[in-house]
Design a protein. Structure first.
Lengths: 208, 736
């Protein structure tokens, strides 16, 4: 099965993007590692592997995107991690990607980085990092109004926010519904981000 | 079958292995300590590895030829090695040098609270802290008073730092001195600060050893920096039985500029009708405060302007201690206008410029009258101690100042800073028929350098020179500090500095020949800051010279010292949603100044002061509570009166007060009201109802004494804060 995917991937890569088979194979390999990563060390290692691919390729933003995604996953999974440092690293990686292409997916990295930094002290940082996270979502909507991950993150941010400042289940639910709908019709290109449906469904279950 | 698979596998492995080269090695820091998590990459290839917990790495690669091997990690300088890949395994070790950057560089912590203003680490007091500290009632100075080094002086406003009087502590807004940070009050009735906490990003409180950029303060500086551009346009309102305010902040569409204004009206009539006050207010205190600001983002910097106008008035009767049933009736009013303009710009290549200018004017009108039991004015007396009760006083202070600071930061973080400052101060005074006019021009120049020997060792050396036209004297004040980082988050530092301050105008107007007063600070500090916990221990010695003596004649022959040790601990993370802090100060101080016949512990000092504060936020119900307990041992009081010759003074009576204790509570609840985010706020001070005596008032001959008590035993406060953010979040949902 995997070989078939690999073959398709190779075929696909021969198209307009002219991606080398080596690039696709390396990306596939590390995407598997990313999905199966269990520890902070695993995630840090795979983040660095993606960054190396990005640095070597010079014209691909996806490796930087995944390197940043792996960083945010460290931050979300480990409450004891240095979320300021991780947020900064993720932002740096997203900026490296944005030098190649500005897009909604990279906005989601900035959004998650800002959310992580806000979580260090939500009471004090809501007005700075909370609003920064919100601003990146708006920027993302402008670049791609139908990106399901934006709606998912918007929903998750709203869900996590207390009702008295405009958050809560009720406000979050329509965002998750919209995200789910978009996920179901989305057809991500090879190697492009596809995560989020499972997470959306988990949140939706909590909203009911 | 399995055999076949094995052979195929074997063949595969060997062929792959034959084409592969292996690079192994380890990465350490300059002290030979392993660094885990370092990225080691073969440049321009995908191949690389991450070091394990022992700092080891292993890279397998099929590349051949000459390559660059790069080791990089956050906080270290990146290192490269050139290697040639053949069939031989390669061994490559790296020793990474720690990078000196804003993130990891040590900073001087001696004397300073919240140094760096959020640049790194935690600012000890944020504006939220000021709003939520129980007992502070959103007053900046009262919140700062919970920090060690500050004394609890319940009958006066202001900061009394390490045995110093309140005029030895100066406040700065965006680099400009604030001439009169407090509303005018009658004696023994403390008043509030003029400025709302929400205007500021944070507060840096220095209890000594401060930089050469600041002068004319013997004891302390409180540095307040106003907020930058707001994140979004907003309107806010504050409603309470005592105080009401309304404010608007408008952010321009391009996000590059903003303007705003606030108006605040305080009237105590209703509150004083509900909560009985000891003094008889015939004009209940009322305050008006209006402010406006604009902020413009420039190419690489920011211009900020802030202006505030305030007015207050009150009239109060107190019993005259020298008579059987007469009263002193005092009416006072004050208006104050303060303007500050500040321009910060990064000029590129590490150069930075900060220009600030301010203009302020404050006018006090005080009239005092002796009245009989039926509030009828009394005029003719032959007794001087009653004659002096009837007076009229008008005081006007104007201050114009300009300051320029140029900074150059080199790539290794070494910094030089220099600049100059000019103040034009004018004091006009009219007491009955006597009038005085005191103009002064103060010019100062300063230079300071920060030298990083390593990222763990830094020295700051500075000097400040000042010339005052009224004193006709120049002074040169050296300042120096040293900081060394012992381990992660732990720093020891030491500071030394000389500080000069002009005598207060009320002495200068009588004795224009007076010179500078002087203090020398020696401070040693240990600070540990790890993930939301903060520990600080500081010991200090402060020497006072040339203090003002008023007896037998006005001179600079006074002197004194203060020494002590202070402890502060704050923990925001060990318990979820719980933030607690403990502070303790030991102070040993004596001074011979004013009319003191000898060296005495002044009435503004207590040997031991401690406070403990707990804040807890209950997320589920959106409610927070804050409880603060403050304790101080007794303060001395003296009746110092002239002897029969009238030329020398002696202590007729003395003692120590019963100490100070208060338990304060504040509760706030977050909710929504229509489109506004709302915060309900309630607080009460001195829950235990303790009688705190601040000192004693004496009759002219010191034969009668009366305790100085607060206007009311407890204070209560209830309020509603409303905030309308012009929130575009709704749009996203509406567009679904």
């Amino acid at each position: 099965m995997k070989q078939i995917i690999l073959a398709i991937a190779l075929l696909a890569s021969m198209g307009a993007r002219a991606q080398s088979s080596k690039y696709v194979a390396a990306m596939q390999h590390n995407l598997q590692l990313l999905d199966s990563a269990k520890t902070t060390e695993d995630l840090a290692a795979v983040s660095q592997a993606f960054e190396r691919i990005g640095d070597a390729e010079k014209t691909q933003w996806l490796p930087y995107y995944y390197a940043g995604l792996a960083q945010t996953r460290i931050g979300f999974a480990d409450p004891k991690s240095d979320r300021d440092a991780i947020g900064q690293k993720a932002n740096e990686l997203a900026e490296k990607g944005e030098k190649i292409e500005k897009n909604a997916e990279l906005c989601t990295i900035h959004n998650m980085a800002a959310t992580l930094q806000m979580l260090v002290n939500p009471m004090e940082r809501f007005k700075t990092f909370g609003i920064k996270a919100y601003t990146y979502l708006q920027e993302g909507y402008k670049l791609d109004p139908n990106n399901p991950r934006l709606y998912f993150l918007d929903g998750a941010n709203t869900f996590g926010k207390p009702e008295y400042i405009g958050g809560g289940k009720e406000k979050a639910k329509p965002l998750f519904v919209k995200a789910e709908e978009l996920f179901k019709t989305a057809k991500p290109a090879e190697l492009y981000p596809h995560w989020g449906l499972a997470e959306t469904e988990r949140y939706l279950a909590k909203c009911n | 079958m399995p055999k076949k698979i094995l052979t195929i596998l074997f063949l595969l492995i060997t062929t792959v292995a034959l084409g592969q080269a292996q690079i192994t090695g380890s990465v350490t820091d300059t002290k030979k300590q392993a660094i885990p998590g370092v990225s080691v990459a073969l440049k321009d290839t995908y191949d690389g590895a991450t070091t394990d917990s022992a700092g080891h790495f292993r890279i397998r690669t099929t590349e051949k030829g000459t390559f660059t091997l790069v080791a990089s990690a956050t906080g270290y300088e990146t290192r490269e090695q050139t290697i040639t890949l053949g069939s031989q395994p390669i061994l490559a070790d790296f020793a990474l040098k720690e990078k000196i950057s804003e993130l990891n560089a040590v900073t001087v912590t001696a004397g300073a609270f919240g140094g760096g203003m959020g640049k790194k680490g935690l600012t000890v007091l944020s504006s939220l802290d000021v709003q939520t500290t129980a007992g502070a009632n959103a007053d900046i100075s009262r919140a700062v008073n919970t920090l060690p080094g500050a004394q609890q002086i319940s009958n006066q406003e202001g900061l009394f730092v390490r045995g110093g009087d309140s005029y030895e502590a100066k406040q700065f807004i965006d680099g400009s001195l604030v001439n009169r940070p407090y509303y005018l009050s009658a004696s023994n009735i403390p008043t509030r600060g003029r400025y709302p906490a929400t205007l500021f990003k944070g507060f840096a409180f220095s209890t000594g050893g401060y930089s050469a950029l600041y002068g004319q303060a013997l004891s302390s500086v409180l540095i307040m920096e106003t907020i930058d551009l707001p994140q979004q346009s907003e309107a806010n309102a504050f409603l309470s039985p005592i105080q009401n305010s309304l404010g608007v902040q408008r952010l321009a569409k391009n996000g590059k500029s903003s303007f705003g204004f606030n108006y605040q009206y305080t009237n105590t009539s209703l509150y004083y009708a509900l909560v009985k006050q000891t003094p008889d207010y015939f004009i209940r205190p009322r305050f008006h405060n209006a402010d406006a600001n604009f902020r413009i983002r420039t190419k690489n910097g920011m211009i900020k302007y802030y202006t505030t106008f305030s007015y207050n008035k009150l009239g109060v009767r107190t019993f005259n201690i020298d008579t059987v049933d007469m009263k002193n009736a005092i009416t006072l009013s004050n208006y104050n206008w303060f303007n500050a303009l500040n321009w910060k710009e990064n000029l590129g290549d590490g150069w930075k410029m900060t220009l600030s200018a301010s203009y302020s004017i404050t006018h006090d009108s005080i009239s005092s009258q002796l009245q009989d039991a039926h509030n009828v004015p009394q005029y003719t007396f032959e007794k001087y101690w009653l004659d002096t009760v009837n007076f009229r006083l008008d005081r006007r202070e104007t201050l114009l100042q300009g300051k320029a600071v140029i900074e150059k930061k080199f790539s290794n973080l070494n910094t030089i800073r220099f600049g100059s400052e000019y103040w034009y101060a004018q004091y006009d005074f009219q007491y009955n028929s006597i009038s005085k006019h005191l103009p002064d021009q103060l010019t100062a120049g300063f230079a300071e350098t920060e030298l990083y020997f390593t990222s763990s060792l830094v020295a700051t050396i500075g000097v400040r020179a000042e010339y005052s036209s009224i004193l006709q004297k120049a002074k040169v004040a050296p300042r120096a500090s040293l900081a060394y980082r012992m381990g992660k988050g732990s720093t020891v530092s030491a500071a030394f500095g000389q500080f000069y301050q002009k005598p207060e105008n009320n002495y200068l107007q009588v004795a224009p020949w007076l010179g500078y007063t002087k203090a020398t600070h020696y401070i040693i500090n240990y600070q540990r800051q790890v993930q939301g916990t903060f520990l600080r221990v500081e010991a200090f010695y402060k020497q006072y010279e040339d203090l003002i003596k008023t007896v037998p004649s006005y001179s600079n022959s006074g002197s004194g010292y203060a020494k002590g040790i202070e402890l502060y601990f704050r923990d925001k993370t060990s318990f979820q949603h719980l933030d607690y802090s403990i502070s303790y100060s030991y102070l040993d101080t004596k001074r011979d100044y004013l009319n003191y016949p000898t060296s005495l512990m002044p009435g503004i000092a207590a040997n031991h002061t401690a406070s403990a504060s707990v804040k807890r936020f209950f997320t589920k119900i959106g409610t927070g509570a804050s409880l603060t307990y403050t304790f101080a041992t007794g303060r001395p009081y003296y009746a110092i009166i002239p002897d029969s010759t009238g030329h020398s003074y002696y202590i007729k009576d003395q003692g120590k007060t019963n100490g100070y204790q208060t338990l304060d509570l504040s509760i706030y609840h977050l909710t929504r009201m229509g489109k506004a985010a709302a915060i309900w706020y309630a607080s009460a001070t001195n829950l235990l109802g303790r009688t705190n005596i601040a000192g004693y008032n004496y009759s002219y001959n010191a034969l009668v004494k009366q305790p100085i008590l607060p206007p009311a035993q407890r204070t209560f406060f209830v309020g509603l804060i409303l905030n309308w953010g012009i929130d575009r979040r709704q749009d996203a949902i509406d567009n679904l």
